[in-house]
Design a binder for this molecule. Structure first.
Ligand code: 0O2
Length: 238
């Protein structure tokens, strides 16, 4: 079901500001009071995205010197839309409040790091997790343990501090690390199937799984080639 901001606003009014004796101005003020902390919170998540992006850019810079190549192809980040947050909270039976968002949604700030090779995913994951301001909340390794449909990616939920003028806030960020090939499959599969209302046929499911397997093989062959041609002795197979 599609939902827009107007529906959300109406729902928030119904949930929280259901006093018929209120004047229009009082209602407007009450809505502002309700939404302000959420807007503030969203800006903290944007700061957390900046922090984590910088961490990956620093690692990319360092590794480009160490290994003479960039392990990161690209970094994409997104802040979960107001509509998606609302829908997720509704699915969980929770109200649209600051507390529900902080306590029940881990992927408001999302970062996707696209790597050249599978080994880079693990190098970057380890390097990030050993930083002393990073706390690992949850790790799902869908590369060593792919999902039944063939989906492969490393998922991390971490908590990092952001430093404001007068406060330090701990913020959660969801990170997905995967190779170009894994990302190619996931993006197309997302368009074809993921979260759509229509059920896919057994044929489509099987085809997607077969493509995922072929892509995994290609990833391994490209990595083997890199070992073969690398000028860096640390990365070369004997
Ligand atoms: P969107 O629209 O991409 O943001 P949770 O977030 O904890 O409630 P879950 O499924 O337990 O959900 O977490 P998980 O397995 O870590 O997956 C989180 C995200 O990974 C999803 O976010 C997708 O972006 C991606 N993902 C997981 N499984 C698949 C898959 O089979 N195919 C594709 N293409 N992507 C996948 P969202 O919020 O579900 O969706």
């Amino acid at each position: 079901m599609k939902i827009n901001r107007l529906d959300i606003a109406k729902q928030i009014i119904n949930d929280n500001i259901n006093d018929p004796s209120m004047t229009e101005a009082e209602r407007f003020n009450a809505i502002r009071q309700q939404l302000l902390p959420i807007q503030e919170l969203m800006s903290y998540y944007r700061c957390a995205i900046m922090e984590v992006e910088t961490k990956f850019n620093v690692l990319n810079e360092e590794m480009s010197i160490l290994y003479d190549r960039n392990p990161i192809e690209s970094i994409k980040s997104r802040e979960k839309s107001f509509e998606s947050i609302f829908m997720k909270l509704q699915r969980k039976g929770l109200p649209m409040t600051e507390a529900s968002i902080v306590n029940h949604i881990n992927d408001i700030a999302g970062i996707r790091v696209i790597c050249s090779f599978q080994e880079d995913v693990y190098k970057l994951t380890d390097a990030l997790l050993q930083q002393d301001d990073v706390t690992l909340i949850l790790k799902k390794d869908y590369i060593r343990h792919p999902k039944k449909n063939g989906y492969r990616s490393m998922h991390l939920i971490i908590e990092i501090p952001i430093f404001l003028a007068e406060a330090k806030k701990m913020m959660r960020v969801e990170i997905q690390l995967r190779t170009i090939a894994m990302d190619f499959w996931a993006s197309l599969e997302h368009k074809l199937k993921y979260k759509q209302d229509v059920e896919n046929s057994a044929h489509v499911i099987q085809e997607l799984k077969d493509c995922a397997d072929i892509i995994a093989q290609v990833d391994h062959r490209m990595e083997a080639l890199r070992h073969e041609v690398s000028l860096n002795p640390k990365e070369r197979t004997p």
